[in-house]
Design a protein around this ligand. Structure first.
Ligand SMILES: Cc1ncc(COP(=O)(O)O)c(C=O)c1O
Length: 297
């Protein structure tokens, strides 16, 4: 926390802090994967996550003097000092710790925590289309990974759970599919993968970008980045959610309508296999995406 390794119980801020009172904090969730044969822990797309944290800080007008290198270093040091030799989930949080009015812009603190986390690996999900609308760019931009934004997804998730669904996807204020509370969405229709564009009131997901590239380079498929209607989702052949946390998680049904292919469908299975090989360092051509923690690789 702010450059010091502290026990979990001491990683605290005041209840009157701006972050608690007004939700002025931005964060990143990323993963590091253990590669047994190389005896190395690889952080997946660390640079991209740090850059997105910078974008969130900028858009929230939070003042700081962090450098990209400091952000990277704080993640690597946290992992090294905890001597992890297993898959872990890492969170970087930048927050306004001081008391202050809603318009305060600093000082900005930085915390990094890491904890072991199994692969998402969920069986296929039964999801619904939420009655809650995704927050639009003109109100609370989903492009910013701001903690307060997650209340929109929280309401949608709780509604879905109350209705007996595993998870949910929100439409944006234009009535098009946006994303799930904590994941991007892809569907497959007629052999063509599609995902909403980055202008559909979504977080610019790093996993989404990764999968678009892997579909093209490893499977010869161009992903259509286009608006998706609610009803298209219901008649899709396949669909899956993706994200650093959710990895690639198949969808079985939407609004209780089963997708045409039993989940996981063939393209979902194929892209998931490619993704997991890439994150674990088994595809040398994507070595740039991985940062070794112990420097043995
Ligand atoms: C709202 C939302 N959309 C999409 C994603 C996926 O983003 P990424 O692939 O960068 O983890 C996340 C994950 O953090 C998210 O919270």
């Amino acid at each position: 926390m702010n450059g010091r390794l502290v026990p979990y119980s001491e990683a605290t801020i005041h209840v009157q802090s701006n972050a608690v009172k007004y939700g002025t904090s931005v964060f990143e969730g990323l993963r590091a994967y253990w590669n047994e044969s190389r005896q190395e822990l690889f952080v997946f797309r660390l640079g991209e996550h740090c850059r997105r944290l910078f974008d969130s800080l900028k858009l929230m007008r939070m003042e700081h003097e962090f450098t990209l290198e400091e952000l990277r270093h704080s993640v690597l040091e946290t992992l090294r000092k905890n001597e992890y030799r297993e898959d872990v989930h890492v969170r970087q949080t930048a927050y306004l710790a001081a008391d202050g009015n809603v318009e305060a812009t600093g000082p900005t603190g930085l915390a990094v925590d890491a904890r072991p986390r199994k692969l998402a690996g969920k069986a296929a999900l039964d999801i619904c289309v939420s009655s809650w609308v995704r927050i639009p760019d003109g109100a609370m931009p989903p492009r910013i990974k701001c903690s307060a934004n997650y209340q929109n997804g929280r309401l949608a998730f709780l509604e879905a759970k109350a209705g007996g669904y595993d998870y949910t996807v929100l439409l944006n204020s234009r009535g098009k599919v946006s994303e799930a509370p904590g994941a991007a969405l892809f569907m497959v229709r007629g052999g063509v993968p599609a995902t909403p564009p980055v202008t559909a009131d979504v977080l610019e997901s790093i996993t989404r970008t990764t999968l678009v590239q892997l579909f093209r380079e490893q499977h010869g498929l161009s992903v259509a980045e286009r608006d998706i209607d609610r009803t298209e989702l219901c008649v899709a052949d396949e669909a899956f959610l993706c994200g650093s946390g959710w990895e690639v998680t198949p969808v079985a049904s939407v609004d209780r309508l089963p997708l045409s292919q039993p989940a996981p469908g063939p393209l979902t299975r194929a892209i998931a296999a490619t993704y997991f090989r890439a994150v674990r360092g088994e595809l040398p051509e994507y070595g740039d995406w991985l940062t070794p923690v112990y420097g043995r690789a």
